[in-house]
Design a protein around this ligand. Sequence first.
Ligand code: MLT
Length: 284
Amino acid sequence: MTFNALRFIRASMKTAQISTGQLAYIDRGTGQPVLLVHGFPLDHTMWDSQIQALSKYSRVISPDLRGFGQSPLGPVDPTHGITMERYADDLVELLDELNLRADQPIVFVGLSMGGYIAWQFVRKYAARLRGLVLLDTRSLADTDEGRAGRLKMAENVAEWDSGRVAEMMGPKLSAPSTFKTKPAVIAALRRVVERTSPAAIAAAQRGLAARPDMTSFLPHITVPTLVIVGDEDAISPPFEMQAIAAAIPHAEFVVIPNSGHMTTMENPEAVNAALSKFVEGLSR
Ligand code: MLT
């Protein structure tokens, strides 16, 4: 993407007032509204390529969740941080602010933590949805070990600082081939994690640790659904995402080649093609 295109995307960032503070967001294009929800500990910039591609034929809304990117953190529960349900509630308030109610249903697109939030959004606000896209995410709750790791990070991140989080997470986020062939993607991911505040990382990690297992909910999803995974995703592996697609009635399943967890950045062309086909198919 050209420097000018990126500058244009950043310059169009707006701010909405919600009950927990403020959300910064991109709102670009016209047509079917599509909400792009980022992963942890990232921000809307992981969707740069999708914002540019999808806004040619739809209205793309891409927020920074509270504490990430340009959104302030706001209130945080000391035990459960910001839960996936609370992030979903923040998003529905953003849609209300934009006058996107049930008469203008959205396509919810979430990657990883964005997908965990999507489960809560579908559970509570299904009438607001025209479609659902889950990228590189899981329906399972954490193992005891995984949960303990998150709580340890939440306890210590203020002392460690975000650079150490970038070092810990970086190797897991991308495919080995991306490290070799796309150093700019690796550097961009690292920069985003490094500039995320320790307080936002701690709040999200507590919320992630508290998230419920949503596997038994999957057969109850009735909205048209697309499931996307990178063929080398080490965090939400293809076999797990294939099982998610199989459990959701009529869901489509797409595997993105040459990509780890960060499909939207590692192979944006393939992700954009799958998203375009799905979103355009909904309006037929
Ligand atoms: C993400 O990309 O959102 C994270 O990898 C989610 C997680 O830590 O489970």
